[in-house]
Design a protein around this ligand. Structure first.
Ligand code: KG4
Ligand code: ZN
Length: 332
């Protein structure tokens, strides 16, 4: 079954063609980062307009790369939410119209289920049930995953998402937007033990997160910095910050897997691209006999292949969308 996936929940316009939920025939991601960069974050109205400009060429490119005529597309899977409503509506309305015109089924996919399904696009996917840590710019949550579309929420951030903390700290350090990649790179040149930022575990036996305190701690550190070598200290600040965030994420994810008796752990979402997190989670989980599954870097950030992969399982479960269906901005 060839599924055309479409994703427009935030600042990436993406389309992909995936066969049987596992094999990527094409995956095109057009990022708006350049546009939002100068504002230090995503501007929703601009995001919607850019999606409108990009949606047709991005879908055309995906179809062209897959080498399939539209008549060989069996169904369309599109992100329904959570995300920016105006942005979601572009992809959702497009998918609705195209499916109607082609006379094929279509389905609205939960963006978070999409991220979880990204690990099934890699070889050696995890067996069910497993625990998943989803860390991105908009979400930081831990799920117990019992099948492709059933996510049992174990805990989530009470304030900032992990990626959001990276973006805000990058802003404080004047490193531009988005901040994850640059902090990751700078940290490799810094000493993670020179500055110890607070680790917020909240309740150590629970699975909720809080990342607003560490952002404030970095801000306070930067404001009170004495001496004219601040620029030279940035790699150490970045590394100290990154280490604190990754320690908490790793601890809670492993603790959740142990609690559920799962020896499989998936790490997904934009922050899953972080080199330190990939290394630390694998090493620490390995000591407990837990195998970690992380998608390749292009499948960590927002993409449409993961939406098509999840959509395949919605359709297999008999879930299809209708013309009356609408997007949603937040998970209920
Ligand atoms: O999944 P994603 O593309 O979009 C959302 O659904 O939010 O995640 C984007 C987030 C941004 O906050 C970005 O700074 C963060 O992922 N990110 C990283 C890295 N690469 C991207 N955070 C830490 N380290 C990275 N290497
Ligand atoms: Zn995402």
């Amino acid at each position: 079954m060839n599924i055309l996936g479409i994703e427009t929940s935030c600042d990436e316009t993406a389309a992909a063609v995936v066969s049987d939920g596992t094999s990527i025939l094409a995956s095109v991601v057009s990022s708006q980062v350049e546009i939002h960069h100068r504002y230090g974050g995503v501007v929703p109205e601009l995001a919607s307009r850019k999606h409108i400009e990009a949606i047709v060429p991005v879908v055309e490119e995906a179809i062209h790369t897959a080498g399939l005529p539209l008549t060989q597309i069996d169904a369309i899977a599109v992100t329904r939410g959570p995300g920016l409503v105006g942005a979601l509506l572009v992809g959702f309305s497009f998918a609705k119209s195209l499916a109607y015109a082609l006379g094929i089924p279509w389905v609205g996919v939960n963006h978070l289920a999409g991220h979880i399904n990204s690990v099934f696009l890699e070889s050696d996917p995890p067996a069910f049930p497993f625990v998943a840590l989803l860390a991105s710019g908009g979400h930081t949550s831990i799920y117990h995953v019992t099948d492709h579309i059933t996510l049992e929420l174990m805990g989530q951030t009470r304030d900032d998402a992990a990626g959001e903390a990276f973006d805000k700290v990058a802003k404080i350090l004047d490193l531009g937007y988005p901040g994850g990649g640059v902090i990751d790179r700078l940290s490799n040149q810094g000493d993670p033990s020179r500055i110890r930022f607070p680790r917020s575990y909240l309740d150590k036996s629970g699975f909720d997160f809080s990342f607003s305190g560490i952002k404030t701690a970095v801000n306070r550190y930067a404001m009170n910095y004495q001496g004219d070598d601040f620029k030279e200290s940035i790699p150490d600040i970045a590394a100290g910050f990154q280490e604190a965030v990754m320690e908490v994420l790793t601890y809670k994810a492993i603790h959740a897997a142990v609690e559920k008796g799962c020896d499989r752990l998936a790490l997904v979402g934009g922050v899953a691209a972080n080199s330190r997190l990939r290394e630390k989670l694998k090493a620490d989980a390995g000591h407990k006999g837990i195998k970690v599954h992380i998608p390749s870097i292009p499948l960590c950030g927002d993409n449409a292949a993961m939406i098509a992969a999840a959509g395949y399982h919605y359709l297999k479960a008999g879930i299809v969308a209708g013309l009356q269906d609408d997007v949603f901005s937040r998970s209920k």
